[in-house]
Ligand binder design. Sequence first.
Ligand code: FAD
Length: 302
Amino acid sequence: MINKIIASVLPWMPKKIVWLFSKRYIAGETLDSAVAVASRLAKNGVSSTIDHLGEYITDIGEARMVRDIYKDMIERFEREKLSVTYSLKPSNFGMLIDFEVCCQFVREVVAKAKEYNSFVRIDMEDSRCVDDELELYRRLHAEFPQNVGIVIQAYLKRTPNDLLFLEKLHSSSTPVNVRLCKGIYVEPPEIAYKERKVINEQYIKALEFFLQKGIYVGIATHDRALTDYAQTLIKSLAVKPDRYEFQMLYGVTPDLRAQIVKAGHPMRVYVPYGKEWFGYSSRRLKENPHLITYILKALFKR
Ligand code: FAD
């Protein structure tokens, strides 16, 4: 209910007010801000994956620009000697307009990352995108097995089949690298589980699957029940730290993040930057409606 209210009110809120809430989740609008955040995190033993904000472009001409932004970003982090990875949303490369153009541009970004022995993760978007994003991954993984990864959303009812698809792609010479998250898009009940308990059960099944199959997994969650379980599982299966990492979003649960780092686990933070922060922030807000209090506080402070 509260999510519906927020969804209807959000487009009418002054952007300046939404920014006051958003800035905790976003490095800033410029590449410099992303470099600054990533270097601060690195000093605390935390890796970063950098995302240039933007999604669902409607003009395929913009895709070329996004490709260039990513190539420049990769060059910049190399010059800074900051070892990061990159995350991208295929809809920002025009996937919903022209799949082949999107494939070509994302391929160029992955090829650039390969020049520096780096890595690009294909984020998973809403359920309309899943088939195409898996196909994009399949193609790029065949060409750049060490330099590209994909995301699996535990809440999707199709996920058990997608795990088998990934298992088929996985071998010692073509290792699959996956980020496991719960899934953030609002989906109908035919497509995605809705209850937290069921989603967590699905998450655990997928995590066990990846760890047991030796598939590298980014354990992307801020849910303490899941991070506790994952740590126990890693210990009992004696999983080496080169087979997994924990992943969290910039600005979310920094205390839990610090505890996991202190326990000796690898940690990567997803650092978004750019001018297109509104869509990203709106999802954070709908996901966690209690954050509306930040906006209300900001309103009353004016
Ligand atoms: P939840 O049960 O939602 O949250 C657990 C606890 O974390 C909450 O109780 C709260 O204390 C805290 N928390 C969670 N969110 C917030 C917040 N916004 N602000 C403050 N506290 C919060 N989803 C996709 O669909 N596709 C992707 O490609 C994708 N990539 C991701 C990459 C990373 C590194 C991470 C961490 C998440 C990604 N997600 C992605 C989002 C993910 O699917 C979830 O929606 C999100 O992580 C919240 O789920 P949770 O596992 O943290 O559990």
